[in-house]
Design a protein around this ligand. Structure first.
Ligand code: C2E
Ligand code: MG
Ligand code: MG
Ligand code: MG
Length: 279
């Protein structure tokens, strides 16, 4: 009987696995067609100085408007795009769109772009970035590339060489989602980062959890002693922002200060601000 029941369970898992594989296959198929069909769009979310609340930069966030499924989360489709290699042309497209947009923004604003480890490992990334900067006319110092810790673990030597080549162009590097992976102090010393972004899970716990507050405090002290700027992600309440200010955090990003918006919406806002300044 146990054996029979076991077989039933196996069958159930196999069936579920099959459904999942099929589902992933469908997603991959749609993803492959999505670029040509113009279903992707980039959004921009502002980063603000913690003290003054002035906007310092905008992060580029990819959106996929699927004709049937509706909006698919990057958390869902980026891993699929990475597995099937589509992230390379897609990431290149995001970089071009972001740099072209930022070249028209007022000078102080920089643009941040998320990069997949797959784009790093492909080789030729620094040359591609240099080419996009030249073509769009964006100064290298106004581009910030965000990477996650996974990149540093898999091929540390390769990642370091590529990061140094990117730094030589004059672009800035940020370590994203800090605190969620195998965050190690040695990474921060070893790799040429300019900025550290504290993951939203810490930001969102600082009000209620003294432990999270202590961790954020320690990350800030460590980051600052290594001359890194520190951004807190996922700031949703005034209380969180107030805490971050008392802890001397440099920048904040989150729904409290601004949600990701489509490029045309941001550009209308920037135009209106420029008109106000001239008036
Ligand atoms: P990320 O780079 O850490 O981006 C921040 C994520 O937090 C974004 O999610 C953003 O919409 C969300 N967020 C911002 N403020 C708040 C807040 O106050 N509360 C909460 N709950 N969330 C907030 P999104 O746009 O869904 O992107 C998820 C992840 O997908 C990104 O995390 C990034 O790792 C990846 N991703 C997005 N666009 C790209 C891209 O162009 N290329 C690559 N390789 N990855 C991307
Ligand atoms: Mg990011
Ligand atoms: Mg993040
Ligand atoms: Mg993230």
């Amino acid at each position: 009987r146990a054996k029979e029941a076991g077989r039933g369970v196996t069958c159930f898992f196999e069936a579920e696995m099959e459904v999942r594989l099929r589902e992933r296959g469908l997603l991959e198929h749609d993803l492959r067609g999505a670029m040509a069909k113009g279903e992707f769009e980039i959004n921009f979310q502002p980063l603000h100085a913690c003290g003054t609340r002035d906007v310092t930069a905008f992060e580029t966030l990819l959106r996929w408007h699927h004709p049937v499924r509706g909006d698919v989360s990057p958390a869902e489709f980026i891993p699929v795009a990475e597995e099937c290699g589509l992230i390379v042309p897609l990431g290149q497209w995001v970089l071009e769109q972001a740099c072209a947009a930022a070249a028209a923004w007022p000078q102080p604003y920089t643009v941040a772009v998320n990069l997949s480890p797959v784009q790093f490992r492909r080789g030729g990334l620094p040359a591609q970035v240099a080419e996009v900067l030249a073509r769009t006319g964006l100064a290298a110092s106004r581009l910030e590339l965000e990477v996650t810790e996974g990149l540093l673990i898999e091929d540390a030597e390769g990642a370091l060489a590529t990061m140094q080549a990117l730094k030589a162009l004059g672009v800035r590097l940020a370590l994203d989602d800090f605190g969620t992976g195998y965050s190690s102090l040695s990474y921060l010393r070893r790799f040429p980062f300019d900025k550290l972004k504290i993951d939203k899970s810490f930001t969102q716990a600082i009000e209620l959890d003294p432990g999270a507050r202590a961790i954020v405090d320690a990350i800030l002290a460590m980051g600052h002693s290594l001359n890194l700027r520190v951004t807190a992600e996922g700031v949703e309440t005034e209380a969180q922002l107030a805490f971050l200010r008392t802890l001397d955090c440099d920048e904040a990003q989150g729904f409290l200060l601004g949600r990701p918006v489509p490029a045309d919406q941001l550009h209308r806002r920037l135009d209106a601000e420029a008109r106000l300044e001239r008036a």
